[in-house]
Design a binder for this molecule. Structure first.
Ligand code: TK8
Length: 361
């Protein structure tokens, strides 16, 4: 795929690009909070760096908007000596490919979901356990805990410097075959089970196998055309991803399953990190944390709004009551039995203790 390079864009091209993004943003974003003012002193001159960042989602997504803010912080606090060029829409590759590019140093920054990163840090699979994180407040508390920090630290030596967690969000099922309100609807009683694309992660595969679907692991960048061609019936992602990736154009039904809360992880190539002066490293870490807080704010503002937008654009969305959610929780219990021991009962217990402390607050 040809990459649009700034220098080849004519003035008219820039204008139409800007207008296009503005229209897209206008059509596909709620009334979002502005990013916090950038304060903090300018960091001394330790050389110049132009960093390339590849992400999977669209320019209207919380992931992209918060990455822009991340770049703004770095640029303003180094007087332009550090700049970040963001390549959205899986332009540079999918999550797995871009993590490999970080390892070889052919990419400076990326922002994958935690799920495909279990190949580097298996403990991350705790986040893939269904219904582990019942509320966003609990999820954020876990992502900001020492337990989560130890998972980020566990990347050291892999060629990837993991900077921070943020919110991809609660995953919802969408499909083009039928409304789904129960595990039986997934499995199909007198019809075949839904073919559901999953991330490349064994726990997600287990979830949909246990529910009687035919799960197909697939890179995010291939998903739209796979649904368009009927290779898969459905997929599962947060409402804001379904909206900003235009999945509603090829998916008729949505179900508010909230079956997994997935984090994003902002990552830097260790080769890039090692080239930065300590003062720049401290700034990158601070900017990552600030942009992650903003990203969670945006993801929160996008979530229900996106679901309502999808409904307005014709997607038939099934909201599930507590009893229907409980039926899904019960149906996927075998996933816990199989995967909790493999992930680590102690780690899961630590996470559940954090959840409990938040829920009892
Ligand atoms: C985007 C992915 C996406 C994830 C998926 O790069 O693969 O379904 O939820 O957001 O990370």
């Amino acid at each position: 795929m040809m990459l649009i390079r700034r220098s080849t864009l004519t003035l008219a091209g820039v204008a139409s690009l800007t207008l296009g993004v503005a229209l897209a943003a206008q059509a596909q974003s709620p009334d979002l909070s502005d990013p916090p003012a950038i304060d903090g002193e300018v960091v001394g001159d330790h050389g110049s760096h132009t960093l390339r960042m590849g992400i999977g989602l669209a320019e209207t997504s919380p992931q992209y908007l918060s990455s822009q803010y991340f770049g703004e912080i770095l640029s303003q606090r180094t007087e332009g000596r550090i700049t970040v060029n963001i390549f959205p829409n899986s332009q540079l590759g999918d999550d797995v490919q871009m993590m490999e590019m970080l390892q070889t140093g052919t990419l400076d920054l990326s922002y994958p979901s935690s799920s495909p990163a279990v190949t580097y840090v298996p403990e991350l699979a705790a986040f893939d356990l269904p219904f582990l994180l019942p509320t966003r407040e609990a999820a954020v508390a876990v992502m900001q805990s020492d337990v989560a920090q130890s998972m980020l630290d566990a990347f050291d030596g892999t060629g990837i410097k993991a900077l921070t967690f943020s919110e991809n969000g609660y995953r919802q099922l969408s499909n083009s075959a039928r409304p789904v309100a129960s595990p039986e609807d997934v499995a199909g009683l007198d019809v075949r089970g839904l073919t559901v694309r999953t991330m490349e992660n064994p726990v997600h595969l287990a979830i949909w196998q246990t529910l009687g679907a035919n799960p197909t692991p697939m890179a995010f960048g291939e998903l739209f055309s796979a649904m368009e061609q009927g290779v898969v019936d459905g997929q599962e992602n947060p409402w804001s991803t379904i909206l900003t990736s235009n999945f509603h154009e090829v998916q008729d039904y949505g179900s508010e399953t909230r079956h997994v809360y997935t984090p994003f992880i902002m990552m830097m190539s260790e080769r890039t990190w090692d080239r930065l002066a300590p003062e720049y490293q401290a700034l990158v870490q601070e900017a990552a944390r600030q942009s992650a807080e903003y990203e969670i704010q945006l993801a929160t503002e996008y979530d229900d709004w996106s679901r309502d937008q999808l409904e307005e654009r014709g997607m038939q969305i099934t909201r599930l009551d507590d009893e229907q959610i409980a039926a899904f929780q019960e149906a996927v219990q075998p996933v816990y039995e199989e995967w909790a021991p493999r992930i680590g009962e102690e780690l899961i217990g630590d996470i559940q203790a954090i959840v409990e402390s938040v829920m009892n607050d």
